[in-house]
Design a protein around this ligand. Sequence first.
Ligand code: AGP
Length: 610
Amino acid sequence: MCGIIGYNGKKPCVDLIYSGLQKLEYRGYDSSGVAVLANDKINLVKQKGKLSHLLPFLGSLPQDASLGMGHTRWATHGVPSTENAHPHGEERVSIVHNGILENYNELKIKLLEKGQRFLSETDSEVIVHLLHDELEVVADVRKAILNIVDKLQGAYALGIMVHDHPDDVYVVKQASPLVIGVGEGENFFASDALALLAHTKKFIFLSDGEIARIGKDGVEIWDFYGAKKEPNIVTVDSSEASLEKGGYRHYMLKEIYEQPTVLANTIQRMVCKDQNSFDEKLLCSDKINLTNIRKVHVVACGTAYYAGMMGKYILEPKLEIPVEVELASEFRYRDSFIDDKTLIIAVTQSGETADTLASIKHAKSKGCKTLAICNVPYSSIPRECDATIYMEAGPEIGVASTKAFTSMVLNFYLLGLAWGQRMGTQSQTQLQNSLESLVKLPSLIEQALSHEALISEIAGSYFEDHHCLFVGRGHQYPIALEGALKLKEISYIHAEGYAGGELKHGPIALIDRSMPVLAIAPPLSDYEKVISNLEEIYAREGRILGLGLADDQKLKALCSHVIPCPFIDDPALQAILCSVPLQLFAYSMAIHRGTDVDQPRNLAKSVTVE
Ligand code: AGP
């Protein structure tokens, strides 16, 4: 949440900062600002609303400035407004902040008592005043920053410019992401390496508790105790092209269509050519001895949590050990029964989700082994975990997660096969059957995608509804939850997912003509039970939208419409398949309603605050 970018070099930086902010807009888009240090002063423009609202004001900044920073905000303290937009401070000190200062109120009270005047409602502004005061007594900027950092509690990635030190910009990282881009005679910083790929492939991923001085010709790093650290420069092999929409109307649509390729690549990467063994990376054997594990606990948030639920359905029978799934925001504060024989699996697209990160730290303090399933290399969660399975799904920019979800589920599936083979809990026949089904998956997803026009037409009959229930059983139950989340996120229609067997225990009371029910009904072993659920809804004059075989006559007889979905004889892989038409359904509903698909209201892609 919130995107930060900064530059110190020899080029004019206003446009460079703005185009970096465009790549970070997925992190927050309720206001933005740019500050540059030039003509012996800090020059600042800020604006409420989407980043494009800032564009007309950039011309008032000195266009030859070559040191500056920008920010795109997701409001935590204080409404979205021009005053609350970052950067804060315009006289001696200017800062951009991503994170939350937990003790800002007590700091603010003290500053007000000293006569400081606040121009915003943000927690971040206290940093400006603290640093301003500190620089009155400590001339060395780095030391002054370290002194004030000592007083801050919470999460903060900071960019700091000081008017009378025009050669350098400083950055600080504590529990919020920050990366330094290394160039020739120029250096950068940002919340996400993606924003800098147009300029460099060399990065320094700061650790928590580090401060860096970023000059034109070099970068120096210290820890919060003042000890100098050697920068560890890594090369990130990702292309700018992956950040474009590639001709699609929205990132979300592009990412939905990337799924056959992403999943095919994963299968190819992870299943060895002999079709009888798996890439060692899946088993993380150099880091974790999986044969010692007696229990798995999956922790995640949102869509990743639903992928984690799929993980339970997949892993438990394949490994014959208990698998729990828990929301990271609950797990991190709960006194759960976990020990050194427990494997904690953190599932996360971004690798930066604050609750998931805190859960891993909590689990480590209890001696657990930790594994991440993650899409973003060098992000915070993989760096905290003992081992990581990288999804390699490519950047996911749309706020609504699509390809990352199916990729997470596929990685659980592959982990189950590989680990089950290692434990001897998967017979050779089971393994062969799974692998045979697996290779069919990408082309079946393509088939599912071919119904986009029909799905859009069907959505035309539902987009004016205010509610929607999603129902599924077994492996399709987490898919019902995920389908409902997708719909509410981008269309703002109230949607809930239920296990079919739960309908009679309450939700059936909601059924009437204004409550469509989307029923996930592929012909799996529990098909007849799903049909019985639908009979009950039908008998109460419910409107049913089925998801199943195009020529399923029983389903057609009960449903107002049927969204076609191909069949695969494996409930976990079928769940991956079923999630694709549901993504298209949510997308089409949003298009019909005219909402902002890639940047839905109130949301941000990466939830780096609690
Ligand atoms: C997905 O559509 C959501 N925007 C959200 O629920 C997301 O999955 C969640 O915030 C977790 O993110 P992560 O995978 O980056 O940890």
